[in-house]
Structures are given as C-alpha cells and as structure tokens.
Write a protein that binds this ligand. Structure first.
Ligand code: SF4
Length: 253
C-alpha cells in the first residue's frame, strides 16, 4: 500500500501488477513506466516488470491498516485483465467485503469482462466501480459498467482525447475527467471539458476536473493552480472558467 498523489484517492493497493495495452488511452501508460522503474530498483514485487502478476500475499494487507482508508485498487494493473483468474478476483472482493471500514475504488478498461462476471461478485457498499473512457471509440464501456452490481459507479474520462457528447449518466454517481500530462501529451480541449461539466449538471452527477495536463492546454495562463505550492495544484492547473470542480460521492464508512 502506498500513499497516492492522485487527487481523487488516498492510497493505492495492487493485489495484481502488470497489464497489456488495450486502447488509445494506454499509449503513455504511467503504470508501465512506474513498474519498470520499480523492477530496475530491485523491488521483488515488480521482478516481472509489467507482465501480469498475481500477488496472493496482498490479500491480507487491508486487514492490517489501522485507520479507514480510501484506496485505489490496482493503480499499476487492471483487476479485470483477461489473465486474472476469476478465483483471484473473487478473493480480492472477499478482502474488500470483509473490510468495510475502507472504501475501494476500482477502475478498469476491461468493462465487458466486468459485466460478464459481475454477478459472481459481492458488491458491498464500500466498493466503487469505474471504467475508463478516453474517446468515443470505447464509449460502450459505459453500457457494461451499468450492468455491474456496484452500488457506486463512476467514469474516469481521462486522458480525455476527444469529445464525449450526449452521454447517458443514468445510474452513474461520479465523473472524473482530465488531460494527459508528460512528454508527447495529446491535447485537451476546453469545449470537451465544458460539455462534460454541463452534462453532469444537467443529469445531477458529481463532477471532478483533475487537471489540464500541460500548461499549454490550459486556456488561462494565469490559473493559480498550475503553480506548485498552491493547495489545489494540478498538472497544468485545474481551474475551469475560474472554478475548481472536485466533487466526489460521499464516503459512508
Ligand atoms: S489498462 Fe491501464 S494499466 Fe493497463 S496498459 Fe492501459 S493504462 Fe496501463
């Protein structure tokens, strides 16, 4: 378990590590870079680099956390990856079911598998389930998420690579969006973000704008949140028309 710098979570927990690229949003996969770095540093858990690996020993870890935590599950993998056996996914769920003091946020790009096996999993209130959608080519992931039994469902629309118009958020509690960062980052356009924010207001869904990604994508060169040291600092800043949007579902435990 590690403290996370991701704005919408507290900690990360990786019962599996490694993955394979799945769609355009994976192009600059941060998990891949970090996993190879951990391997290079000699960390046993990452000895396989970015090859999908199961870590049975991680299943007991949440029982040892003394304080309730908000945890992003598999920041360096995808729990619903085709190489993760159903039996292991069930074990991860058993751990989450048995530790209701923690809130778990799972994010996948394998939404079809999620829908297919959802009925075999127990969806306690502390499990938030999300899918990543970066552009219209993969928007069907939303349909699969809706089929899951999760009590709290969310969308991670990042890195946002194109417009996502007329989304139907029925049954969706939370929308996160943001731009890509780093070398070669693909442009985020203001009108895409504004459109999503409007859709969230109209459909009464909580909206979280994480970052522009790069200063040059931010239409306001004076956005104070692009300055390190600002309490709301984010890569490239995070103001949208002078406002910060960081709404989240209520953590019930
Ligand atoms: S699904 Fe996620 S972890 Fe896997 S390659 Fe794509 S971005 Fe990386």
């Amino acid at each position: 378990m590690s403290k996370s710098s991701i704005e919408w979570t507290g900690f990360t927990w990786n019962p599996t590590t490694g993955c394979t690229k799945n769609s355009a949003g994976c192009k600059f996969c941060y998990a891949l870079v970090m996993s190879l770095r951990c391997k290079f540093m000699g960390q046993e858990k990452y000895k396989n680099g970015f090859k999908l690996s199961i870590h049975q020993e991680e299943l007991l870890r949440p029982f040892r956390w003394k304080m309730p935590k908000v945890v992003f599950v598999n920041s360096k993998s995808d729990l619903f990856h085709e190489d993760v056996p159903l039996e292991f996914i069930k074990q991860v769920f058993l751990t989450m079911n048995a530790t209701p003091q923690h809130t778990y946020q799972i994010l996948t790009k394998r939404a079809k598998k999620l829908a297919e096996i959802s009925s075999e999993l127990t969806w306690t209130n502390n499990i938030w389930m999300g899918v990543s959608i970066e552009d219209e080519r993969v928007v069907e992931r939303l349909k699969y998420l809706k089929k899951s039994g999760a009590k709290i469902k969310f969308l991670s629309l990042e890195p946002l690579l194109g417009p996502l118009s007329n989304l139907n958020f029925k049954g969706i509690d939370w929308v996160i969006t943001g731009g890509e960062s780093g070398h070669g980052a693909r442009q985020l356009k203001k009108e895409w973000v504004e459109d999503l924010q409007r859709q969230c207001v109209k459909q009464k869904v909580k909206f979280f704008f994480k970052q522009w990604g790069k200063k040059q994508f931010n239409p306001n060169p004076k956005d104070p949140t692009m300055v390190k040291g600002n309490p709301s600092y984010a890569k490239g800043g995070c103001e949208l028309n002078g406002k910060i949007y960081r709404a989240m579902p209520i953590i019930k435990n």
